[in-house]
Design a binder for this molecule. Structure first.
Ligand code: ATP
Ligand code: LTN
Length: 329
């Protein structure tokens, strides 16, 4: 009997993912493979809330899959699949929507932010997004959900929905816990360090894409907005330099005070160069693997098919149990 805990998470194919997604989420997914059973997926159904271009969605879904594999996710040890291939997600989402209150969804900050950003397309999917996310998690009885801090509110709502369902129909779902990294839970935009780094930002200088070539990475860090001061010190009053310290600390595996000590006599210019270099050096091998994997369409198809089959077995069994509990015959 497998007694390791289960980790589960997803990423939307809304763009080639950024350094923020990597540090806040995908990097943890990779590390957790040693200790946990892991289920990871590409949340294409979620991305339909903002993407309405067929070819764009299709090509991004495959690219994101290739990039996840290139980052080191193993399909031998884990389940990796595409959300829309497992129909139980949509079905459980409906059931959960019927035990979620309008007021609860209205309070979600992601809904408020995205409705401001996509004023011409405030669709019902965007509003109900957290119930689909709850279904993603509860179908597999996940113990932990590795996410960046921006998704914490959605996870809290998942716990509320699961507890409410369990109280109403009897013990059904495991209550999941978030897993938020201590360093890098919210990597900030390089052009506005009070805002989250986001792959759908219109300004490409605000983020490092995982596929940016080394020269672009060096340039983006060189231009990164920092504070008027010149001390390489982490503090809430200096979000620009603090963001760069966090990124350096993540890739060098040394603590924030150690980064400060290492660069205490250096200028911002030198430090930005060092950050660019360490990031470019870490992304290069991933990019090489990505280019090789993306060429092999047969392999990618095979990964999706196998992943979906394994995921569906677990998800369908949970859904069957839920249908019985709620009185579907
Ligand atoms: P979008 O720009 O389309 O809103 P996003 O970049 O916010 O997307 P998601 O696909 O919604 O990315 O997020 C995938 C995972 O990455 C989530 O766990 C999320 O918390 C995490 N994440 C996203 N942005 C950051 C960031 N800047 N820092 C740390 N973690 C992040
Ligand atoms: N909402 C997440 C993506 C996502 C997810 C999930 C994360 C969809 N379903 C289930 C963890 C568990 C986001 O990053 N925007």
């Amino acid at each position: 009997m497998e007694n390791r805990k289960l980790a589960l998470s997803g990423i939307q194919p809304t763009g080639i993912f950024t350094l923020g997604n990597y540090i806040g989420a995908v990097g943890s997914w990779k590390k957790m493979q040693q200790e946990y059973r892991c289920i990871y997926f590409i949340a294409d159904m979620h991305s339909l809330t903002t993407i309405r271009n067929k070819e764009y969605l299709k090509s991004l879904t495959l690219k994101v899959l290739a990039l996840l594999l290139a980052c080191g996710l193993s399909v031998k040890q884990n389940i990796l699949f595409i959300q829309s291939h497992v129909h139980a997600h949509a079905e459980l989402a409906w059931v959960l929507q019927c035990s979620t209150q309008f007021g609860e969804l209205k309070r979600m900050t992601q809904f408020k932010d995205k409705s401001l950003k996509h004023k011409d397309n405030i669709n019902a999917g965007l509003f109900c997004y957290p119930t689909l996310m709850a279904a993603d998690i509860l179908l597999y009885n996940a113990d932990v959900v590795p996410i960046g801090i921006d998704q914490k509110q959605h996870l809290e709502l998942t716990k509320t929905i699961a507890t409410r369902f369990n109280n109403m129909y009897g013990e059904t779902f495991k209550i999941p816990q978030p897993y938020i990294p201590k360093v890098g839970a919210k990597i900030m935009s390089l052009s506005n360090p009070t805002k989250k780094m986001s792959k759908s930002d219109e300004n490409s200088n605000s983020f490092i894409s995982m596929l940016d070539p080394p020269e672009t990475i060096m340039n983006k860090f060189k231009r990164a907005i920092t504070d008027s001061d010149s001390n390489i010190k982490f503090s809430a009053e200096k979000p620009g330099i603090s963001n760069l310290i966090t990124i350096y600390s993540y890739f060098s595996n040394i603590s924030i005070p150690e980064v400060e000590e290492k660069f205490k006599n250096k200028s911002y210019k030198d430090f930005k160069f060092a950050v660019g270099e360490i990031v470019a050096n870490n992304l290069s091998p991933i990019q090489e693997k990505y280019n090789a994997i993306l060429k092999d369409e047969c392999y990618l198809k095979c990964v999706c098919e196998e992943g979906a089959e394994k995921a569906a077995q677990i998800a369908n069994s949970t859904l069957k149990n839920v249908y019985e509990k709620i009185g579907f015959i």
